[in-house]
Design a protein around this ligand. Sequence first.
Ligand code: FAD
Ligand code: NAD
Length: 469
Amino acid sequence: MSEAAYDLVVIGAGPGGYVCAIRAAQLGLKVACVEKRETLGGTCLNVGCIPSKALLQASEKYEEASHGLAAFGVKVGKVELDLKAMMGHKDKTVKSNVDGIAFLFKKNKVDWIKGAGRIAGAGKVEVALNAGGTQGLAAKAIVIATGSDVVSLPSLKIDEKKIVSSTGALALSEVPKSMVLVGGGVIGLEMGSVWQRLGAKVTVVEFLDRIMPGMDGEVSKQMQRILTKQGMAFKLSTKVTAAKVGPKGVSLTLEPAAGGAAETLDTDIVLVAVGRRPYTDGLGLKESGVAMDEKGRVAVDGHYQTNVPGIYAIGDAIAGPMLAHKAEDEGTAVAEILAGQHGHVNYDAIPSVVYTWPECSSVGKTEEQLKAEGVEYRVGKFPFTANGRARAMNATDGFVKILADKATDRVLGVHMVGPAVGELIAELALAIEFGASSEDIARTCHAHPTLTEAVREAALAVDGRPIHI
Ligand code: FAD
Ligand code: NAD
């Protein structure tokens, strides 16, 4: 077996791995990235963020043309769905993104080793090449960026036909009449929104007593109200105990989470979206002595190094929110650390967006977290019903809520539901990064008429002086 030598070998080319490889190459390191998929970009570009947003965008257009345009005085004829073309839009979007990473690898002279990597001890990676045969790699440093995989439930065997994961839900060949989402988290609500807009009757079965459990309580409540208005049904505090797949669909047995009488729910398609688990299968971690934490994630120190010197880990494979931009930032940080710089990620300033309509977004602490930590805070809230641009857009559902430290006025958390709040959140992430006060936001000129004025008004409301409510 021939052996090539590198400063850095990254295993996995998702947003964590490919960004790490490119940043390290920019800093002068000789870098290889091992990826077993036929295309680069990982879960995010192939079966995650990008295809789901392409379908969310496309289904939003269909929904708007079907029900939203008349109110603007725009008459359209009979709106028809061409699902094949919609899937074509998704596939084209994915292709241009994954091809883009291949181009960036070439531009930055990162070697893509196509195959499955296994760590054979510190400084050694063995790759079972997709084309056949094995390639040995010697590396001064190894970064594990192998991401995550779907969590399945014993009662729901995923076949990607009738009982699907997010991957199957991104590629259904026809619109189901009905769909049950097991799990009322991010994937469930985003993919459920897509198929509901296209005509499916969607029911959410959630184990806990609220949807989107990690979000601020007020956001969860408001989103459930809005999604209910859109036609989504919710069965909270409920678990699935059995599933029978038949020729027509799936018959689910449901029970109250706390136990009690069972009921049956029949549906065409079941989407299992109960979370994701770190994926390190076949990596040789046990044999290499790499320690895992109590939740089966690769354990790392403050510099992303595992207990084995020279082996690092980032992204979904380690602790923290399973988000593409978190993985990217860790990829950048570890590359800079390996190049002798001071890479760092501020975990208090990582935004999170759910791309439903309207969107929800957040950064920093929730009210529940601040209460649990005993932090005294003030709340400023402003509804989109009082924002001129939102009225002009016919998109007045939602609010901006700013939480600021009672003594110092420093912004601690921001939570929003509303149009384009996935874009508005960037200003607030910057505010937290810069240690801004709500007064800083309130005194910053915001263009009129824009949705951003709702952010300024919420900041003014922290001090009890909003102008427009
Ligand atoms: P991944 O993207 O999972 O990449 C890991 C790569 O490693 C994979 O390509 C895999 O093939 C490869 N690999 C694994 N083991 C080996 C091995 N032994 N050898 C070689 N290669 C290997 N996040 C957001 O921030 N915004 C969103 O809108 C969003 N939407 C999502 C929608 C869906 C449906 C899903 C499933 C996820 C979504 N996410 C979103 C989450 C996001 O995709 C992940 O947080 C992100 O991809 C994690 O990046 P990563 O680099 O750690 O791992
Ligand atoms: P999630 O953690 O967001 O939601 C899972 C939900 O399933 C929770 O509400 C949980 O209480 C519920 N649940 C767990 N076990 C259950 C059971 N047995 N029966 C019923 N409900 C159960 O996970 P997800 O939606 O699968 O998403 C996985 C990851 O992907 C998330 O961590 C998220 O960060 C990431 N993601 C992000 C985005 C985005 O940023 N827009 C989009 C999609 C996915």
